[in-house]
Design a protein around this ligand. Structure first.
Ligand code: NAG
Ligand code: NAG
Ligand code: NAG
Ligand code: NAG
Ligand code: NAG
Ligand code: NAG
Ligand code: NAG
Ligand code: NAG
Ligand code: NAG
Length: 885
């Protein structure tokens, strides 16, 4: 009974609705219109519907009535299709990419188009989040009854259509997220006088924003409520045309290249609730008129170049979200900030704000949950017994001045889970009361303060937490930490004693930690053999402590380890073969320990991702294994200050990362005269979602340092192939022969040190092609002749050439004319060329065998002194032969 009444009422409404839109749906009811059913069936045939969403679209489906098919809405009386809801039912790929992908309708826009055009009464078309490609179907322009058109998140390409002029009823238009769609917003968009929502984000436009605003500022601007033009490569300046969009509620222009100031005329947009101008190049001040927008709830101006002081925003009583991160705003935060009683999220970090924050700044912020004021010069001055009106979840105040006392008001924050009070001038111990809290945190950053005293065991942490206590003066033994900690930084403190308690857990519980930094402390004793439960480690810094003993075998179980830093300890023994199981290693630094033995062959075979290999200053001996040359990602090879011997392998030319210049992760060339110690600490790596930031970009640095060893033989010509190498140090070895003539091919060289060898002959002319060369040391060799002219070579200090028999600038010794070689001098000079050639050829073959044989023997001589003498002899022999011809 009741149902029937409702039904009749409903019918009545429909009749009225149909009457109102009769212009677009004229005919009388005949069920599903045959031609439209055909069109829908054709449409279905043209798309691939893997998940069978369109199963009901069938001749017999719904008793043949297409109005009963899924996603189809008809005019109940006329049978014309009014609406097509064909959006992917899976909302986002985030929820599960496979399900999303399976639910996509796949097809080519050009084919579909033929059918769509005949649905002449269509008012609503939603094809969002499918995989339709090709140009936007031409026939859509026949659908002049459309009110709602959503083609977002497909793969439409070619040009954006210019035929919008006839869509006088269109209220909603979205073409967003079709990254291959190009072109411009044309004048025809300006005739869409009924538009309320325009969404044109993530497209490939390349247009001045003022031109776009000009197009929309006609009849479109009257009714427009939402305009989203983000991530579509708009540039140029905002114009005062914005003031015409009187009904705008949401304006999103983020992620473009819009420059110039924010126009004051924004104050005319009295309905604006959502304003996002982030990630542009806006400059100048934040107009105080923004503070007069009565409805504003969401304001994001982050990542621009806005400067000047913060205006008073105190009247924005609805403002919940305020993001001014990463601008150049200066001066104090106005007191009226405390009146923004709806604020929930505030980020003013990375600006130049200064002055004092007091209780007044927070007085009415009862809803505040997220507050980030870090990287400014703000001072927080509140009473010791201050009880804030808010309950924060996240507080970031790094680089704000909070100290010298520990901010005890933090105890009042019962749901705080992220706390960064790094570099905030706090002195003293962490109050024991604080540790009662500690289990609730996912981030604690106490770094760069002057905390001292011991840290209690932190085994209660219940969430996956990052803890940073670095650069303080904490002492005592390392506290044990919960297996939930994923990143722990205790570096630059005064922790001491063995790490057995910390590392070896009687429960043998598996740890979730991926970054452990214990660098620069006074930890001592042997490294315990307890790494089995630390299998999540990706980065391990134990450098600059007082560890002794061998590398424990269980380190080989760290199969995901990418960075291993053990330098500056007193570790001994050989590099144990178990380390070869850490096949993901990208950086291995064992510098400044007492490791001994040969360099294992498996280093070259197992570490295919290795970029930094630093064994500097140990007691490694023996020749370099040729397998080392398999490390074709190597950027830094530092073997200096060992007892290594043999010749420099010719296959060093296989280090392909040192051959090609690939600046894909940054385009500035690393400029530092000092290419020696400390470079590995300045590396930057992204690993498994965690980014390890250091001062310089590893990608740009390429170094070989073999200095202070016992290498002999010649500098291999093949090495000159390393065109991206920036620093080459071969000094203090027993190298003989000439500097390869082709050294000029190593165009990236900035620093060369060949000093204290027995190199002979002349300095190759091609040296003058090394345009970046700023450091050169050729001293204490047996070089002769004239220093080639070339600005770099003459501008260097004379000491670069000392201890040789060289002449010419910058040395005081002038070259006598005879010292200059005659390049054109020909052997044998007269007409009996044939005879000479035959003799020359046979002699050179014989001598080639002799020299080749002798040089093979060289590396076999074990005694260092004899080997050295032998290399001198060989050098002498070669020189004699040269003199003969
Ligand atoms: C539909 O799928 C079939 C088989 O998987 C394939 O051959 C065809 O090219 C697909 N059509 C489109 C438009 O992707
Ligand atoms: C689209 O409209 C044009 C002209 O108005 C007409 O010639 C054409 O047949 C229409 N296409 C379809 C599929 O209805
Ligand atoms: C669009 O409108 C123009 C005039 O404004 C008209 O000449 C043209 O036929 C219309 N096209 C369609 C497909 O209705
Ligand atoms: C803001 O930056 C502009 C240049 O972009 C400069 O001319 C102006 O002086 C700056 N204002 C302040 C207050 O720093
Ligand atoms: C701020 O809070 C006080 C009471 O704590 C109230 O009297 C005052 O009206 C509030 N001001 C605003 C702007 O909300
Ligand atoms: C803030 O910085 C400006 C200039 O950068 C300076 O003139 C002013 O004195 C500073 N104010 C405070 C409170 O430090
Ligand atoms: C802690 O703060 C310092 C500087 O304030 C920053 O460099 C470091 O990355 C922060 N640590 C974590 C774990 O966020
Ligand atoms: C290294 O790997 C080999 C073979 O996969 C395995 O037998 C050995 O136990 C591993 N060593 C360590 C220390 O994990
Ligand atoms: C240096 O060269 C000269 C002449 O070329 C040669 O007589 C001398 O033996 C060489 N000295 C050494 C240490 O190689």
């Amino acid at each position: 009974m009741n149902n029937a009444v409702v039904f009749v009422f409903f019918e009545l409404l429909l009749v009225i609705a149909t009457f109102k839109s009769s212009f677009c749906s004229g005919s009388t009811y005949v069920g599903c219109v045959e031609s439209e059913r055909e069109a829908l069936l054709m449409f279905k045939k043209d798309v691939n519907d893997t998940s069978n969403r369109l199963a009901s679209w069938d001749i017999d489906g719904g008793g043949g009535d297409c109005c009963k098919w899924v996603g189809v809405v008809c005019n109940y009386l006329t049978g014309h299709v009014l609406e097509l809801h064909l959006r992917n039912p899976q909302k986002s790929p985030m929820a599960g990419f496979e399900a999303y992908e399976r639910s996509m309708l796949v097809g080519f826009g050009g084919i579909i188009s033929n059918q769509l055009g005949s649905l002449s009464n269509l008012q609503y078309l939603d094809l969002g989040s499918n995989a339709l490609e090709g140009p936007i179907p031409e026939e859509i322009q026949n659908l002049t009854c459309l009110r709602y058109l959503d083609l977002a998140k497909n793969f439409f390409d070619s040009s954006v259509p210019t035929w919008w002029g006839n869509f006088s009823r269109l209220e909603y238009l979205s073409l967003s997220h079709n990254g291959f769609l190009q072109g411009k917003i044309s004048r025809s968009f300006g005739r869409l006088c009924n538009l309320r929502t325009i969404s044109l984000s993530n497209l490939n436009f390349n247009q001045e924003i003022s031109e776009v605003l000009d197009i929309f500022s006609g009849c479109v601007s009257n009714g427009l409520e939402s305009l989203d033009l983000s991530k579509s490569q708009f540039s140029g300046k905002l114009s005062d045309q914005l003031e015409r969009f009187k009904n705008l509620r949401s304006l999103v222009l983020s992620y473009n290249s819009i420059s110039g100031p924010i126009p004051w005329s924004l104050r005319e947009l009295l309905s604006l609730t959502h304003l996002d101008l982030s990630r542009n190049k806006l400059e100048g001040p934040i107009p105080p008129s923004l503070g007069d927008l009565p409805a504003l709830k969401y304001l994001d101006l982050s990542r621009n170049k806005l400067n000047g002081s913060l205006p008073s925003l105190g009247k924005l009583s609805s403002l919940t979200y305020l993001d001014l991160y990463n601008n150049e705003l200066s001066g104090p935060i106005p007191l009226s900030f405390g009146e923004l009683s709806s604020l929930d999220y505030v980020d003013v970090s990375l600006n130049k704000l200064n002055g004092t924050l007091s209780e007044i700044h927070f007085v009415n912020l009862t809803r505040l949950k997220f507050f980030d004021a870090s990287e400014n010069s703000l001072i927080l001055k509140v009473n010791l017994d201050w009880i804030p009106p808010f309950q924060l979840e996240s507080l970031y105040m790094g680089s704000c001045h909070l100290g010298p006392q520990f901010p005890s008001w933090i105890y009042s924050q019962k749901v705080l889970s992220e706390l960064d009070i790094s570099n905030s001038g706090i002195v003293g111990t962490i109050p024991s009361r604080f540790w009662i809290f500690s289990s609730q945190f996912i981030l604690l950053n106490f770094s760069h303060n002057q905390f001292h005293g011991e840290i209690p065991n932190l085994i209660e942490t219940t969430f996956r937490a990052s803890l940073d206590f670095s650069s303080n003066n904490f002492s005592g033994p390392l506290p044990r930490v919960s297996h939930n900690v994923i990143s722990l930084d205790f570096s630059n403190n005064a922790f001491s004693g063995p790490i057995f308690q910390f590392l070896c857990d009687e429960r043998n519980e598996s740890k979730g930690m991926s970054i452990l930094n214990l660098r620069n402390n006074f930890l001592s004793g042997e490294l315990p053999d307890c790494w089995m439960s630390w299998g999540s480690l990706g980065a391990l810094y134990l450098d600059n402590n007082k560890f002794t003993g061998n590398i424990p075998i269980s380190m080989g179980t760290l199969s995901g380890l990418e960075l291993l830093h053990l330098r500056e300890n007193s570790l001994t023994g050989t590099i144990h073969a178990s380390l070869g199981n850490c096949t993901e290693l990208v950086a291995l630094s064992l510098d400044e320990n007492e490791f001994a033995g040969n360099i294992p062959t498996w280093i070259g075979e197992r570490f295919s991702r290795m970029m930094i290999l630093s064994l500097r200053s140990n007691k490694f001996h023996g020749p370099l294994p040729l397998e080392l040359c398999h490390l074709d990602s190597l950027h830094i090879l530092d073997l200096a200050l060992n007892n290594l011997s043999g010749t420099i392998p010719r296959c060093f030319s296989n280090f392909s990362a040192m051959v090609t210049v690939d600046y894909s992760n940054g385009n500035h060339i690393y400029h530092s005269a000092d290419f020696t110690i400390g470079i590995t600490e300045d590396a930057s790596l992204v690993m498994k979602g965690t980014r390890l930031e250091f001062k310089n970009t590893l990608n740009l640095v390429r170094i070989i340092d073999l200095s202070d060893n016992n290498f002999f033989g010649e500098i291999p010509i093949e090495m000159m192939n390393l065109k991206a190498l920036q620093s080459l140090n071969l000094s203090h070895n027993f190298l003989i022969g000439r500097i390869p003539e082709s050294i000029g091919a190593m165009r990236s060289l900035e620093s060369i040190d060949f000093s204290a060898n027995q190199l002979s002959g002349e300095i190759p002319r091609s040296f003058s092609e090394l345009n970046f060369l700023s450091y050169l040391n050729l001293s204490d060799n047996n070089l002769t002749g004239k220093i080639p002219s070339g600005t770099q070579l003459q501008s260097l200090d004379a000491s670069s050439y000392a201890g040789n028999d060289l002449c010419g600038l910058p040395l005081p010794k002038k070259c006598s004319v005879s010292a200059v070689p005659e390049p054109d001098h020909e052997i044998g000079g007269d007409k009996t060329g044939d005879e000479h050639e035959v003799i020359w050829f046979s002699v050179s073959i014989v001598l080639g065998f002799v020299v080749g044989f002798w040089s093979l023997i060289g590396p076999l001589i074990v005694n260092k002194r004899w080997r050295y003498r032998y290399s001198l002899f060989l050098d002498h022999l070669i020189n004699k032969l040269r003199a003969v011809f």
